[in-house]
Design a protein around this ligand. Structure first.
Ligand code: ARG
Length: 446
């Protein structure tokens, strides 16, 4: 039995095959379960338009579900000589069912197959990322609330500036994640549209019922225009990558702060010894490698939109094999970000906060504006108060009052964590993951 879907009367040069298949045999394994779901929906639709009999459809479904369980057991492989997951599934169907297996590809192309696989894969992975973001968000808000009275210096230019607090510091990253969630929401909406039926990118002369496959797969709607559906390859991945990069940007900045604040020269936070790593030569070391690796991984994730752009940048409309390479960057990104989110949540919960930072007089000057404001509130013009305090500091006459009251929204004394949490919950609740989950369950039910 020919292992290439397109093999006719010539055999392929093995060097050419190795180069063109690339890493598909390994990477497409991540798409296998989704390829099967797509095939169940497609064959159901072919049956409804008279392209498959009821018996053929039942046989295909039963075999597809059988292959699905092989995937679930981790035993699915793409054999030598088979190009990709799409070819492997069709080969398995044809080995088992003969001509019936050969009928399933009517009205579709691997171009729309891989499109639909990518959408289903991404939809699932995005749900996981959103759930992980919610967990990290919860830990940040918790830490913010339990340290809301602990002051620390705020910096501009990395110079001691004004009073800040751990309530503000933790809470800031929580609110940053709430904005990132907006990108994730847009990413989910964008990938939740059905490209199946666009075939090679120009549709089919069969009267395909694309509304039906859209409903069967639990998509919100379809990519209507078949040319646009194909043009979405690369564009969709790039835009979803922007959402991942947005989360990664939040994590990378948090990680840099944490590395810096953990240094002896700051001493603002500490990690429990079991969360640090040692040195092979310096016996005293307790290094914050976790934050350093989070930073590096998340910085690399921020390159993803650009990397994808560079692959697809100069392509006109229509399918090109260039697009295959995007999978190498895009598919592993979800696991990488999910691991970072999980680790960030773990480590944030374990950060120990120094409650006595301000006992050190090197931070006294950060209360300068408090003193200026006190004088201004008593009636001295702000600019005069500013000058007086500045000269007092120069003359060594400034003794700060470390009792401060900041009351406006989003300040030390009024963190608005409740409002931030409501905002985040609104974003999260507006995504309906259950529609997709239920549709997939229905396709697999006997
Ligand atoms: N492995 C291919 C990809 O990811 C699948 C589509 C192949 N289509 C084609 N016309 N060669 O792009």
């Amino acid at each position: 039995m020919a292992k290439k879907l397109w093999e006719k009367d010539t055999t392929v040069n093995p060097e050419i095959e190795r180069f063109t298949v690339g890493r598909d045999r390994e990477l497409d394994l991540l798409l296998a379960s989704y390829d099967i779901l797509g095939s169940i929906a497609h064959s159901t639709m072919l049956n409804s338009i008279g392209m498959l009999t009821d018996d053929e459809t039942a046989a295909l479904h039963s075999e597809l579900r059988n292959i699905y369980s092989i995937v679930e057991k981790g035993e699915f492989v793409i054999e030598d000589g088979v190009e990709d997951v799409h070819s492997q599934v069709e080969l398995m169907l044809t080995r088992k069912l003969g001509d019936t297996g050969k009928k399933i590809h009517s009205g579709r192309s691997r171009n729309d197959q891989v499109l639909v696989d990518l959408k289903l894969f991404t939809r699932n992975e995005l749900q996981n990322i959103c759930e992980q973001v919610m967990k990290l968000f919860g830990s940040l808000i918790e830490q913010s609330e339990s340290h809301k009275d602990v002051l620390m210096p705020g910096y501009t230019h990395l110079q001691v500036a004004m009073p800040s607090s751990f309530g503000l510091w933790f809470g800031a990253y929580a609110e940053s994640l709430a904005d990132d969630m907006l990108f994730l929401k847009a990413a989910y909406a964008m990938c939740n549209r059905n490209p199946l039926g666009s075939a090679a990118g120009y549709g089919s002369s069969f009267p395909l019922n694309r509304t039906m496959t859209t409903e069967l797969l639990g998509f919100d709607s379809m990519n209507y225009n078949v040319v646009y559906a194909q043009m979405g390859r690369g564009k969709c991945e790039r835009n979803i990558a922007f959402a991942l990069a947005s989360v990664a940007g939040t994590l990378a900045k948090l990680a840099f702060d944490a590395c810096m604040f953990n240094s002896q020269n700051f001493g603002f936070i500490k990690l429990p010894a079991e969360c640090t790593t040692g040195s092979s030569i310096m016996p005293h070391k307790k290094n914050p490698d976790v934050f350093e690796l989070l930073r590096a991984k998340c910085n690399r994730l921020q390159a993803l939109p650009t990397d994808i752009t560079l692959i697809m940048n100069n392509l006109p409309s229509g399918y090109f094999r260039d697009l295959q390479i995007i999978k190498e960057l895009f598919l592993p990104a979800f696991k990488s970000l999910a691991e970072c989110l999980e680790m960030a949540t773990y480590i944030i919960q374990r950060i120990e906060v120094n409650r006595n930072i301000l006992d050190d007089s090197r931070y006294d000057a950060m209360f300068s504006v408090e003193e200026v404001n006190r004088l201004a509130a008593e009636g001295m013009p702000f600019r005069d108060a500013y000058k007086k305090v500045g000269l007092d500091i120069e003359a060594g006459l400034f003794t700060p009052d470390k009792e401060i009251t900041h009351t406006h929204e989003g300040s030390i004394g009024n963190l608005c964590n409740k409002e931030i949490t409501e905002l985040m919950q609104q974003h999260f609740a507006s995504m309906d993951f259950s529609k997709a989950r239920n549709a997939e369950k229905r396709l697999l039910a006997r």
